[in-house]
Design a protein around this ligand. Structure first.
Ligand code: NAD
Length: 287
């Protein structure tokens, strides 16, 4: 797995950069890439971007039809091979089974993108233990299961690889309105940085992607803690109205994912507010 740095500036990567898909096609062509949460939003755009670079793509989601649609489109976009798998990432046994199946049918994954996640808005006092569990099960445990199942295979193979975990700008900044979600994403960020240090010696890169607000379905499906079903619907509509206007496209996050893997970046804020929050979190005193 050859990164831009390994090839050297001015080398083949610089030449290939003159064509749009050049460096990506060179790095990812024929590589096996697995993306979770690939049925919609950032995950789908990421699967498509890897497909356009000529990677073999496995689209994983708990939504079976959505995963199949992504795999079909990935093939049309140039993936030499594309498959869909229906898995709930929070289910440890299912993730272990998936890793064994993928290894048997396609080989060891070169790039793993742990992207599946759910939104939960609400203060600490309004959030039930059940909602805490749901958000941590998917957003944190889903990433842990992915890293364990596929990271072990990468390490055993001994030919390097890369793991991308989707955290969030919410990981940089405390917010009383997003306590459980932000906690899950801060944990993903720290997990990614620890794992990066652990796996560096084995040639496996780990990246935490931290988008700000991106125009995806998450706003329409997020839950709101401590409110009735009727109120949920009203708040979701309001959130779509508010955040739908922020038109940062998932395709730009996908591009950042490919660039981050190519350049082996540790923590990558995406969107202007994510960059600002990252700077503030590093240089300004916390409240
Ligand atoms: P999305 O709702 O469009 O996509 C999420 C996908 O994950 C869906 O296809 C869903 O079916 C799948 N999924 C959810 N739970 C799953 C589970 N248990 N097992 C398997 N698949 C599951 O949302 P998105 O905005 O594309 O979110 C992708 C990631 O980006 C999430 O981790 C999210 O927290 C993160 N993120 C999003 C934003 C944003 O503004 N959209 C900002 C920062 C971070």
């Amino acid at each position: 797995f050859v990164t831009e740095r390994e090839r050297g500036a001015g080398g083949p990567a610089a030449v290939a950069a003159s064509t749009p898909a050049g460096p990506y096609a060179q790095a990812f062509g024929g590589r096996l890439v697995l993306v979770t949460g690939a049925a919609s939003g950032i995950g789908r755009a990421t699967a498509f971007a890897f497909a356009e670079a000529g990677a073999r793509v496995i689209a994983v989601d708990r939504d079976p039809e959505g995963a199949v649609r992504t795999a079909e489109m990935a093939r049309l976009l140039g993936a030499p091979e594309a498959a869909a798998e229906t898995v709930d990432v929070s289910d440890e046994a299912a993730m272990e089974k998936l890793a064994a199946k993928v290894a048997a049918e396609h080989g060891v994954v070169d790039v793993l993108v742990n992207n599946a996640g759910i939104g939960l808005a609400g203060t600490f006092l309004d959030t039930s233990a059940e909602d805490w569990r749901k958000v941590l099960d998917v957003n944190l445990w889903g990433v842990i299961h992915g890293c364990r199942a596929f990271g072990r295979q990468m390490a055993e193979r001994g030919q390097g690889g890369h793991i991308v975990n989707t955290a969030s700008a919410a990981a940089f900044q405390p917010s009383k309105a997003l306590t459980a979600y932000s906690t899950s994403k801060a944990a993903v960020l720290m997990l990614s940085e620890c794992l990066r240090a652990e796996l560096a010696g084995r040639g496996i890169g780990v990246t935490a992607i931290c988008p700000g607000i991106v125009n995806t379905g998450i706003t329409a499906t997020a839950r709101f803690a401590g409110v009735s079903e009727e109120e949920q619907r009203r708040l979701r509509k309001k959130a779509v109205r508010l955040y739908g206007r922020r038109n940062y496209p998932p395709e730009k996050v996908a591009e950042a994912v490919l660039r981050a893997v190519l350049r082996d970046r540790a923590v990558v804020p995406v969107t202007p507010e994510a960059h600002a929050l990252r700077l503030l979190s590093r240089f300004a005193p916390r409240l």
